[in-house]
Ligand binder design. Structure first.
Ligand code: FEO
Length: 406
């Protein structure tokens, strides 16, 4: 059964939802599923904008065949060829052998590298600033390298103001019938997944996102719709999501608040983290989120680290090092280029307490533009009551840093 939505005039969503995939890119959990968005334009010429993951190919074909209703498919325009979007390219070429493929030079190179048999077809190589007319609609192409792969571009329909934004402005989460941002409560139900998607998938490439936002800024008043490759289509309140992308890609905290990430073996470091959270709330800082790194997926930890201004790392010492899961979190923050945060540390060790110094060294040596507060809570196995003064000093240090930042 076909499953399509009209986006505007002669443009249709022809993508699919995936609730079967457990791990996006085989690493990030997607309990709410994901959508692979593709769009079909029924102009004088017909144009398919991107394809879908192989697992959703049948749905894509049913959707396209239904809307074409016997017309030929004239163009296949590929903004991003990563297999979650490009895997069905060959199947489209088999069904519509006369289709002309529009994409970038790098994209065609990667298609060949992935073994897609495209060279028997007419390939139209485009670059930034080129335009193409399909009848009533004229589109222009804008390079978007590293958002999220080097070959990526976005396409702007100057006739109706639709921006086909590739991975930009995407999010985890299946659409399940809904399509537009104003059909969902994005802030309540989608924002966390949008942040987790952006920060984990493209977080490393903040400057490239900034470059794309700058280019989009030049035509902002002309953009009426943003059609990403995952998640809702934006047709209202575009500034809300653009501002989020701007913050995330500049590595600016979204909220003033404290993320406490703890690594605890027997519950003692966890107890100290809870005591810290309680005292912060008593002092009026109630925007506190507490996470056990051992049972929170690192993609969520990363998303929360991008959200909050302050991060407290509380770790036991393990084999004279940082607890492995906490170390992995630190490595991931570094890999995704997180910057401009204030850290505080809690360390624990029963016979050789090393984790505090090691976390401090990692943050100082391996990460950019981070501040580590001097106040540190150091535990030997257990949070004895005589340690309360040290904890209070840490709490005051965190609270003072909020005052200094204001
Ligand atoms: Fe959704 Fe970079 O692919």
């Amino acid at each position: 059964m076909y499953c399509v939505r009209n986006v505007t005039e002669d443009l249709y969503w022809v993508g699919a939802n995936d609730h079967r995939l457990t791990l996006f890119e085989n690493i990030h959990p997607i309990p709410r599923g994901v959508s692979y968005n593709a769009y079909l334009l029924l102009d004088k010429q017909t144009v398919l904008f991107d394809t879908v993951d192989w697992s959703a190919c049948r749905q894509l074909l049913e959707n396209v065949e239904h809307l074409l209703d016997g017309r030929p498919l004239d163009y296949l325009l590929i903004n991003h060829m990563e297999p979650d979007h490009g895997a069905s390219i060959e199947e489209i070429l088999i069904r519509w052998p006369k289709v002309k493929v529009i994409s970038t030079e790098k994209s065609f190179m990667l298609m060949r590298q992935f073994g897609f048999d495209v060279d028997a077809h007419e390939l139209i190589q485009v670059k930034e600033g080129d335009t193409y007319c399909f009848g009533n609609h004229t589109v222009t192409f804008v390079g978007a390298p590293m958002v999220h792969w080097p070959e990526a571009m976005v396409t702007f329909d100057v006739t109706n103001g639709v921006l086909f934004s590739a991975d930009a402005f995407g999010t985890f989460g299946a659409l399940d019938g809904k399509l537009f941002n104003d059909e969902v409560d994005f802030d309540r139900d989608w924002l966390d997944d949008a942040r987790r998607y952006l920060t984990n998938i493209v977080g490393k490439y903040g400057p490239h996102i900034q470059l794309l936002l700058k280019k989009a800024g030049g035509i902002l008043d002309q953009i009426k719709y943003i059609c990403p490759l995952h998640g809702p289509v934006w047709r209202s309140d575009l500034g809300y999501f653009i501002e989020k992308y701007d913050k995330w890609s500049r590595y600016e905290p979204e909220e003033k608040g404290v993320m406490i990430a703890y690594a605890s073996m027997y519950g003692n470091t966890e107890a100290a983290a809870q005591a810290l959270a309680t005292k912060l709330c008593e002092k009026g800082m109630t925007n506190v989120a507490l996470y056990d790194v051992s049972n929170t997926h690192v993609s969520t930890l990363i998303s929360e680290a991008f959200k909050y201004s302050h991060i407290v790392l509380a770790s036991v010492t393990y084999n004279l090092g940082i607890y492995p899961v906490m170390h992995n979190f630190l490595m991931d923050m570094k890999a995704l280029n997180l910057q401009n945060r204030t850290f505080a540390l809690i360390e624990n060790g029963s016979w050789a307490c090393k984790s505090g110094d090691l976390m401090q060294k990692f943050i100082d040596d391996e990460m950019k533009n981070m501040t580590v507060l001097n106040e540190r809570l150091s535990l030997a196995s257990f949070m004895h009551t005589e340690k309360e003064t040290e904890l209070d000093t840490l709490v005051n240090g965190i609270m003072d840093s909020f005052v200094k930042e204001n």
